[in-house]
Design a protein around this ligand. Structure first.
Ligand code: NAP
Length: 259
């Protein structure tokens, strides 16, 4: 039997924000298929150390704030010296601050812009020489369905930062195709992580889950592994670039323009 994920074996994969939530599942999935995984973290050292211990060989942790280009540059150099040149980059690190449009908060907007958009840009710029030398590579950007317009009140500025990630994905696919570098984005719907349920009581979580299930065609709650599985597929999808794949359980506000 042919293993379609065989080409992932031995590849160096950098997952930004790779120790928690969606990033953690992506790190696990690539490791499961034999990749050497560079797990980036910024504030969650404990989680990163725990994941490294869980995965064992072929998993290393690297601290960097992706919104600071110098830190990203240093991290990518460290990865090259320890695991090798990056073959697959997953730009996953992100933050979401919700606030009403009329209560525009410059500091929070700047943080989302700097981490979600510039973090994606800086990390891409730093691994690009690796990919060009390798004559190919894969970039997977974790955007959001907010970035294509699916809406919850209070998330306008988060949506703007993710729309920028989507545009960057399409333009980079166009710019980098000639080097054999494929660039695609995943736009997840609501996924159960600290970002969405952090600090909530079990009762509150059940209520939110029911609310979110009712908003999907599949009547399902989003889990990090659904995103991770698709990231694996993007890594081996030889003829796919410049695409934004929405993984949201068939959100009704997206499919039916209602709710
Ligand atoms: P999460 O559980 O809150 O995890 C966020 C991750 O981003 C953490 O690993 C965090 O690392 C990292 N991060 C934040 N700021 C960073 C910085 N300055 N430098 C490096 N890493 C940084 O969130 P999640 O739900 O897994 O989100 C992952 C991605 O999916 C984000 O881009 C998010 O926007 C996107 N997304 C999530 C949902 C959802 O419903 N959950 C939906 C659509 C899109 P540290 O803890 O080490 O700082």
């Amino acid at each position: 039997m042919v293993d379609i994920f065989d080409s992932i074996r031995g590849k160096v994969v950098l997952v930004t924000g790779g120790s928690r939530g969606i990033g953690k599942e992506i790190s696990r999935h690539f490791h499961m298929y034999g990749a050497k995984v560079a797990i980036n973290y910024n504030s969650s050292k404990e989680e990163a150390l725990k994941l490294k211990q869980e995965l064992g060989n072929n998993a290393e942790i690297y601290k960097a704030d992706v919104s600071k280009r110098e830190e990203v540059r240093r991290m990518v150099k460290e990865i090259e010296e320890t695991l090798g040149k990056v073959n697959i980059l997953v730009n996953n690190a992100g933050v979401m601050y919700a606030f009403p449009f009329e209560q525009y908060d410059e500091e929070k907007f700047n943080k989302m812009w700097d981490i979600n958009f510039k973090g994606t840009l800086y990390t891409t710029l730093e691994v690009l020489p690796h990919m060009k030398e390798n004559k190919g590579g894969v970039i997977i950007n974790i955007a959001s369905n907010a970035g294509i317009g699916t809406a919850f009140e209070g998330t306008t500025f988060y949506a703007i930062s993710k729309a920028a990630v989507i545009m960057l994905t399409k333009r980079l696919a166009f710019e980098l195709g000639k080097y054999g570098i494929r660039v695609n984005a995943i736009a997840p719907g609501w996924v159960e992580t600290d970002m969405t349920i952090g600090g909530k009581s079990p009762e509150e979580i059940v209520k939110i889950e029911e609310f979110m299930k009712a908003r999907t065609s599949l009547r399902m709650v989003g889990k990090p592994e659904y995103i991770a599985k698709f990231a694996l597929f993007l890594a081996v999808a030889d003829y796919l670039t410049g695409q934004v794949i929405v993984i949201d359980g068939g959100r009704l506000d997206n499919l039916t323009h209602s709710v």
